[in-house]
Design a protein around this ligand. Sequence first.
Ligand SMILES: *Cc1c(COP(=O)(O)O)cnc(C)c1O
Length: 394
Amino acid sequence: MIYADNAATTALSPKALSVLVHHAKNTWGNPSSLYAHGQEAKEVLEQARTQIARCIGAKEREIIFTSGGSEADNQAILSAAAWGKQKGKRHIVSSAFEHHAVLHTLQKLEKEGFEVTYLDVHADGLVRPEEVKAAIREDTCLVSIMYANNEIGTIQPIGEIGAICREKKVLFHTDAVQAIGHIPVNVVTDQVDMLSASAHKFHGPKGVGFLYVRQGVPVRSLIEGGAQERGRRAGTENVPGIGAMAAALQEAASHMDENARHLKAMQARLIEGLSRIPHGALNGDRDRRLPGNVSFCFEGIEGEALLLLLDDKGICASSGSACTSGSLDPSHVLLAIGRVHDVAHGSLRLSLGEDVTEEEIDYIIACVGEVVAYLRSFSPLWRDLEAGKKAFIL
Ligand SMILES: *Cc1c(COP(=O)(O)O)cnc(C)c1O
């Protein structure tokens, strides 16, 4: 099997697995208990907090452990909205291609009387900092722009947006779930106030993540209960998961450069190979993208059929985000970069793992070429395109 869906989730690293098992077996005390067995668990939590904080340039107390990226996104946005409401600021700036954990939270706020400006991400899949600046108003409480997109992999100019928000005194949140562990992120130089991350996107376990909240930024717990995480996230902490997350992040951080170098070479080979398929195109900017992400649209086919046939050949890929798979609507991300419905339906996302080989890349290229040609051979849409009844777009 070739696993090329690392944007959906990643395999647990052997190191993270051993830490997970070790703490599940040995450090199962409640971190809030005062006897030594509880305090050992507390020690695991605090060590993990220190390790994670160091990886992103934060202070220990600025890290809140959550159940993952979705919870972190919800907490960041709802906290900023609650603060804004108190100040009479009910306007939020975001983008059209955020993850659903962000978009659906914003939609909920819109129903409660907030106004949201969804910025265009242009054909290259990039938000323009000057458009962020122009969208900020007197009553803006929050800007939320993702670090790197989960479908097309484009990396946003987060540092520039952060500087604008700091200058305008508006809170800035970034969903960095796809970026953390893969590209360098520093909350100080990027000037972010809140940042979401999820362990299972960097070879840690599922169901655990963290929210960075800059000291002094108002944050509230989504969950009523105990005083864990300094009252900012109730519930007994997932000690084994958190320990494993820190181990996975440290590992990712210490191999980031070599991983990125290898992935960029594999990415270039894959993009070049897939570009030889006629009437297809890369989605998003060629260079400002995550090192492992390759996203294409092919005209005249259905992405879902392509995935199933690739699965038969032992290749795990995606048509966009795992969250929209199973629905017939084309991806909101591809529509946001201006792909028309027919084209957006023929999408393929390959998100490579660090251990992918040249041989595997060549196998993927051959299989995609073969399957696209096969699907086109009986596609009514392709027949119309070839007959000139419809115009090719790509
Ligand atoms: C995966 C993902 C999430 C959700 O994270 P979970 O830990 O699965 O809840 C949020 N945002 C982005 C960009 C993601 O890729």
